[in-house]
Design a protein around this ligand. Structure first.
Ligand SMILES: NC(=O)c1ccc[n+]([C@@H]2O[C@H](COP(=O)([O-])OP(=O)(O)OC[C@H]3O[C@@H](n4cnc5c(N)ncnc54)[C@H](OP(=O)(O)O)[C@@H]3O)[C@@H](O)[C@H]2O)c1
Length: 472
């Protein structure tokens, strides 16, 4: 959509809001503004966000600066009271008594250095791009580094994608009346919730609900948690889940028998055997026992083969989740240099194939890779699936790269209620400062994996039903 059309659409939406609604929404936004000492506030026009209330509130506790334009230059001036503001030439409130501090935010007297600029806007996208007014003086101010740029928007103003032009400056944080959006975060949790809602709508329209059989062998705490999460997701979207618990010492033959029964059972659409299996069981043999048309995990060699030649089959859930997340955030893949750390059959290799199919130039690294840093530094998109906390540090990542952290590591910590916390393979806090997008752990790839399992189960239901119709 063109920028002008998008602006028109958003304006029409905003015009439907009453003044009372604008003030109510603005109040909710203001409550979330972080504490600071010196704030520069870009005053809004009616219909954007009511920065008037914001200024009135901020003046009670901190130093407020307001910008103005004079003789083709932009300045900021400190104000002590809201009455010092009058409507200026752009219909925006400007200070009457101008004490020009400077025309560069970073050059303000040391004691008064601006630490935050608050910017209302017609709209923002999830990447923090602002649908600004159009490259005027105001936007130039936002180019200064080391100043936190906070965008304000109503929920209605968050759009999928702002067509970025030169003057659209990316915000560090966007505050809406409902939530705070960190534009650097690829929010898997949020995307997964949206996907599950869509799937649940789809299932409501089905005569027969899809059914997933989950097989758990043994008592591994992590496996038990994963199975529980999968059952919960089934419940949320309306998939029937059947759980089969087998003891740690179960004979391989017994597991094989169960798989055969589930393959035959017309009520069951998808079969998932939670991995890893105990050492005495041949994992690959079990994977290959599952009917490939019910293989919702996408581990069967037929499905793996189909992925490798770009044909439709079941794509394993984590790689599929990573691809979907990138798509949801409109990350361009074609022609990109992608480095994958990890070459397992269930994560590293299938992700590499999917990206290759999309036209990326893919490098796969592993434990025998000689100079990992040299490889990762070349990545425009870096995907890490190893299982080693802090394996990827800031100096191993290219400035502006996109980082997907698949790793899940449990770190013992008795200060936590559960006795542990979960982290990925990437030194998140330090790497985040350098990159343009990054997945957190938790709430990144994990929830996407489960959402994709749900999607695959619904697909299995469709395949099984169409086969049964054919067989009749
Ligand atoms: N978020 C999710 O939904 C999800 C799903 C699945 C897995 N995971 C997590 O993702 C991680 C990887 O899982 P996986 O099943 O792929 O693990 P895996 O089978 O153990 O594979 C790990 C890979 O990392 C490589 N590796 C090990 N140490 C390395 C090092 N120092 N430098 C570079 N590469 C190294 C290994 O190389 P070699 O091949 O040479 O040994 C191997 O290819 C785990 O933390 C797992 O819990 C998350």
């Amino acid at each position: 959509m063109m920028k002008t059309e998008l602006r028109k659409e958003i304006k029409e939406k905003l015009e439907q809001l009453s003044s009372a609604e604008i003030i109510e929404k603005s109040k909710k936004i203001i409550e979330k503004i972080p504490d600071t000492k010196n704030v520069c506030v870009y005053v809004s026009k009616k219909g954007e966000v009511c920065t008037h209330c914001l200024i009135k509130n901020l003046l009670k506790k901190i130093n407020v600066f307001v910008p103005y334009v004079e003789k083709g230059n932009m300045f900021i001036s400190k104000i002590k009271d809201f009455s010092e503001l009058k409507e200026g030439m752009f219909g925006i409130l400007e200070p009457v008594n101008r004490i020009p501090y400077c025309n560069k935010v970073n050059e303000v007297n040391d004691g008064d250095k601006i630490d935050m600029i608050v910017v209302p806007g017609i709209a923002f996208d999830k990447k923090g791009n602002r649908l600004g007014k159009g490259g005027g003086y105001y936007d130039k101010f936002l180019q200064y580094k080391n100043v936190l740029k906070i965008g304000l928007a109503f929920e209605e103003q968050i759009v999928d994608n702002v067509p970025v032009e030169e003057h659209d400056i990316k915000m560090d944080l966007i505050i809406t009346d409902k939530r705070i959006i960190d534009p650097k975060i690829l929010n898997g949790q949020e995307v997964a919730t949206k996907i599950k809602q869509e799937l649940s709508e789809k299932i409501k329209g089905l005569e027969k609900k899809p059914c997933l059989a989950v097989v758990l062998v043994g008592e591994k705490p992590a496996s038990k948690i994963y199975v529980k999460m999968k059952e919960k997701a089934c419940q949320e979207v309306g998939i029937v889940s059947k759980k089969y618990l087998l003891s740690e010492n179960v004979e391989e033959e017994e597991l094989v028998k169960l798989i055969k029964e589930l393959n035959e059972d017309t009520e069951v659409n998808g079969i998932l055997v939670q991995l890893p299996l105990p050492k005495h069981i041949n994992e690959q043999k079990i994977i290959e026992m599952i009917d490939f048309k019910k293989d919702v995990d996408g581990f069967h060699p037929i499905n793996v083969g189909k992925v490798s030649i770009g044909r439709e089959g079941f794509i394993s859930c984590t790689p599929k989740g990573v691809m979907r997340l990138l798509k949801e955030y409109k990350v361009e893949i074609t022609g990109k240099k992608v480095v994958i750390v990890g070459r397992s059959n269930i994560v590293g290799k299938p992700i590499a194939l999917l990206l290759l199919n999309e036209g990326a130039t893919v490098t796969i690294c592993h434990s025998k890779t000689k100079n990992l840093k040299e490889e990762t530094l070349g990545a425009e998109i870096l995907i890490v699936a190893v299982g080693k906390p802090n394996l990827i540090t800031a100096e191993m990542v290219k400035e502006g790269a996109i980082v997907i952290d698949v790793g899940i590591n449990r770190i013992e910590d008795f200060t936590q209620e559960k006795g542990y916390y979960v982290c990925g393979d990437v030194d998140f806090e330090n790497v985040k400062k350098k990159v343009s997008l990054i997945t957190p752990v938790p709430r990144g790839v994990g929830p996407m994996t489960i959402a994709m399992l749900m999607e695959n189960t619904i697909k299995a239901n469709e395949i099984n039903n169409s086969n049964q119709v054919k067989e009749r």
